[in-house]
Design a protein around this ligand. Structure first.
Ligand code: 5GP
Ligand code: ZN
Length: 112
């Protein structure tokens, strides 16, 4: 838990969110400003600022994030195609500094 972190507050249920799935280590919620018909945020409950801040001890947690991605992808209606995006740093658009993986689906995507 980091003070004044939006996602820590959501994880601690101090702020509301639409939760799609959750386990002891990872939470999936709907993005408040979706960029695709399906736009989830896959978030480790541990406060990690960004990908560059991941430590070796977090290796299992990173695997758990990906297995959660796999789980939610299998519940998609229709095409199970999806895109994952992680912004690292404000220059590429990171605005919440608690690492999160954007899960996008539900429309044709070609270019980045
Ligand atoms: P970033 O820009 O850091 O890669 O992604 C942050 C994401 O969090 C954005 O897509 C933004 O729409 C989403 N977001 C910001 N505030 C909230 C909120 O209060 N609730 C939810 N569910 N999503 C949020
Ligand atoms: Zn946090």
């Amino acid at each position: 838990m980091a003070a004044d972190c939006l996602f820590c507050k959501i994880i601690n249920k101090e702020l509301p969110a639409t939760i799609i799935d959750e386990n002891d280590d990872v939470v999936v919620l709907k993005d408040i400003a979706p960029k695709a018909p399906v736009h989830y945020l896959v978030i480790p409950k541990k406060h990690i600022k960004d990908i560059q801040s991941i430590q070796k001890e977090d290796a299992n947690l990173v695997a758990k994030i990906l297995f959660m991605v796999q789980k939610i992808s299998k519940k998609l209606p229709g095409s199970q195609a999806f895109r994952l995006i992680v912004n690292n740093g404000s220059d590429v658009g990171q605005s919440v500094f608690h690492m999160h993986w954007h899960f996008l689906s539900g429309k044709k995507m070609q270019d980045f």
